[in-house]
Design a protein around this ligand. Structure first.
Ligand code: C2E
Ligand code: MG
Ligand code: MG
Ligand code: MG
Length: 288
């Protein structure tokens, strides 16, 4: 199954400078060396407890600082990395660096759970699974995986074996972008996940659409009935936050709370919250 990735990669590949190559080929050959040349970096988006506003963890996201093209977001190169066989190398770099940055935060007094995104196409790779289990052994705090539905899980048996081993090792498994694209009831039926992340397309429509609040509420109830916790993605308005609280959503993530931040910025954000004592989420929003 092919989902939205292709089109967005093409728009990102503005190749005016190198007309000799297809845009994707040029970007792909640059991607080959991006890890080795230290062009990738991480940002972390805080996740808060829906009722208390306490920061409960962070989602770690990758960025590519391209020497000529500037900053490239993951939507514009992760799909390409998957196609070109680069995704494992990139993911291993992301996990290693995430562990380093999580430890660095812990040393500053901020012990946060950290989650990284794992492409579904990597899930069935047993060698990757063993590498990951070994790597996270030294994690300075809870570590989690968000299973992103960039591709169909080609080998469901292999993927399940890895996921069970991850869950047994104490990794927190989340189903990412639930409701969009491929993330479906089949995922809920099969994956040993503790957390469900509702895609932001449903969160954005919370106060404008008639259907989205119903879909979100029933998804929260469904996840709870299955013993899972729910995170709303893309919470970017006080109205959405207020509604999600009433609906019993467990955790929130979105621009209203914070954008994805570099490590130093995140530290400043966390320090400032501790100093203030109060958080923006503790403000009571008017409820209709
Ligand atoms: P995702 O895992 O669903 O990550 C959340 C995306 O939503 C992030 O975009 C984040 O910046 C954005 N976002 C967060 N809050 C808001 C909001 O309030 N409003 C809006 N409009 N957007 C919000 P980003 O960083 O561009 O990542 C896009 C996707 O790329 C991620 O979606 C994830 O699927 C993938 N990705 C990111 N890092 C990695 C990685 O290391 N490995 C893999 N395999 N995929 C990654
Ligand atoms: Mg994610
Ligand atoms: Mg997501
Ligand atoms: Mg996404």
């Amino acid at each position: 199954l092919v989902i939205g990735g292709k089109a967005s990669r093409q728009t990102a590949s503005d190749n005016a400078a190198r007309p000799a190559l297809e845009p994707e080929d040029a970007l792909a050959s640059d991607l080959d060396v991006a890890v080795a040349r230290g062009q990738l970096f991480l940002v972390h988006q805080p996740k808060t407890h829906a009722r208390t506003g306490e920061v409960v963890g962070m989602e770690t996201l990758v960025r590519w600082q391209h020497p000529e093209r500037g900053l490239i977001g993951p939507n514009d190169f992760i799909g390409l990395a998957e196609e070109r066989g680069e995704i494992r190398r990139i993911t291993e770099w992301v996990v290693r660096q995430a562990l380093i940055e999580q430890r660095s935060l812990a040393l500053c007094g901020h012990k946060l759970a950290c989650s990284v995104n794992i492409s579904a196409c990597l899930l069935a790779d047993r060698e990757f699974g063993r590498w990951l289990l070994d790597a996270v052994r030294g994690a300075e705090g809870p570590f989690g995986l968000e299973i992103t539905e960039t591709a169909m899980i080609a080998d469901p048996e292999g993927a399940l074996a890895n996921l069970r081993a991850f869950a047994e090792a104490g990794l927190r498994i989340a189903i990412d972008d639930y409701g969009a694209g491929l993330s479906s009831l089949a995922y809920l039926k099969q994956l040993p996940a503790q957390e469900l992340k509702i895609d932001r397309m449903f969160i954005h429509g919370l106060s404008t659409s008639h259907r989205d609040p119903l879909l979100v509420r029933s998804t929260i109830d469904l996840a709870h009935a299955l013993g899972m916790e729910v995170t709303a993605e893309g919470v970017d308005s006080p109205a959405a936050m207020a509604l999600l609280r009433v609906m019993g959503c467990d955790h929130m993530q979105g621009f209203l709370i914070a954008k994805p931040l570099r490590l130093g910025e995140l530290r400043a954000f966390l320090d400032a919250r501790i100093e203030r004592g109060a958080t923006p989420e503790n403000i009571e929003f008017p409820w209709p």
